[in-house]
Design a protein around this ligand. Structure first.
Ligand code: TYM
Length: 327
């Protein structure tokens, strides 16, 4: 039997070129060799305030983007988290096996709770729900960007503690971080990661951006005054980011990108990044529009819901039984 691999991307904003590299691309790279699950964590999205109509629209859009980016539903189980009730149910059982102290250490909670004036309990317990997503399917591998490693580490800790107390019930998950582009950076403030929710409209490139937006954003990306192209994350984070984006989207290594642009000007590098993104995202957008004009997203999600609910029920019943719940 193939090992299981699982990941999800929140429908909390438009997906960025970072989300593709950290999440979707890895799924398309690994799907042949693993029993692969890719879902839309809509329960995670409501840990901060959402407009319900917009959230519902985004759930479908995210799945349209998964398909447009090459995720093959013949190989990958695609589903919506809230349509499978076992995620939230297992999360509660795991919350009762996680301490306040463990959750207080989560850096994403610290950052997000500073940035929102309404800090829900769900935002605090969010990593436990993520652990439930993973442990429910005995996923051995979890492809993500670098920002999620602490959450996967917590899922391991929860699994380990549970297994020590009740016997071997959970598989220990491992994070898979892409070699290139584990943290694509904000184009205006390269010390931060690129995110779906940046306030500056020039900070992030979205997968569905039009060519004119890609051009505008890349050409105005922050660089430095060194005037030399080399890969130096510390002193030239803007240039390092552009080299990374170029490598990730053209399929070469960062070293090959550096060699290609050695001696060139920053404008040349930017133009090459615009060209490579315009081509790749243009193909995604075209496919997306084709898919969204059909009922494909709903068909795939109906099948995914039924299949994954049956899989999740087995683990949930096992854990519920172990804990002495019900009759
Ligand atoms: P989310 O929705 O913030 O991000 C989705 C995926 O994109 C990666 N990512 C990036 N990778 C490279 N550069 C960036 N700038 C960048 N920004 C985001 C993220 O690491 C992630 O892989 N908690 C998760 C969703 C989730 C999940 C799960 C993931 C819920 N349950 C279970 C894996 C397993 C999140 O908020 O990702």
């Amino acid at each position: 039997m193939k090992d299981r691999l699982l990941t999800g991307l929140q429908p909390s904003g438009n997906l960025t070129i970072g989300n593709y590299v950290g999440g979707i691309k890895q799924i398309t790279d690994y799907a042949d060799n693993y029993d692969t699950y890719l879902f839309v964590p809509d329960l995670h999205a409501i840990t901060v305030r959402q407009d319900p109509a917009l959230l519902r629209k985004r759930v479908r859009e995210v799945v349209g983007i998964y398909l447009a980016c090459g995720v093959d539903p013949e190989k990958v189980h695609l589903y919506v988290q809230s349509e499978n009730l076992y995620h939230a149910n297992l999360s509660w059982l795991l919350e009762c096996h996680t301490t306040y102290g463990e959750l207080q250490k989560m850096t994403q909670f610290k950052t997000k709770s500073r940035n929102h004036d309404y800090v829900s309990c769900g935002l605090f317990t969010y990593p436990v729900l993520m652990a439930a997503d993973i442990l429910l399917y005995s996923a051995k591998y979890v492809p993500t960007g670098a920002d999620q490693t602490q959450h996967v580490e917590l899922a391991r800790d929860i699994a380990q503690k549970f297994n020590n107390r009740y016997g071997e019930h959970f598989v220990m998950p491992n994070c898979l971080i892409p070699k290139i582009g584990a943290r694509i950076r904000d184009l205006q403030e390269p010390e931060k990661k690129m995110s779906k929710s940046a306030e500056n409209p020039k900070a992030s490139i979205f997968l569905m951006d039009e060519p004119k937006d890609i051009k505008k954003k890349i050409m105005s990306a922050v660089t430095d005054s060194e005037g030399v192209i080399r890969y130096d994350e510390q002193n030239q984070p803007g240039i390092a980011n552009l080299l990374t984006i170029y490598a990730a989207y053209s399929g070469c290594t960062v070293d090959e990108a550096v060699q290609k642009f050695t001696g060139a000007g920053y404008g040349d590098l930017k133009k090459a990044v615009v060209a490579v993104l315009t081509e790749k995202l243009g193909a995604f957008r075209e496919e997306y529009e084709r898919i969204m004009a059909t009922s494909r997203v709903d068909d795939v999600l109906d099948a995914g819901r039924d299949y994954t609910t049956a899989v999740a029920k087995e683990k949930y019943d096992e854990i519920r039984n172990v804990l002495g719940l019900g009759r």
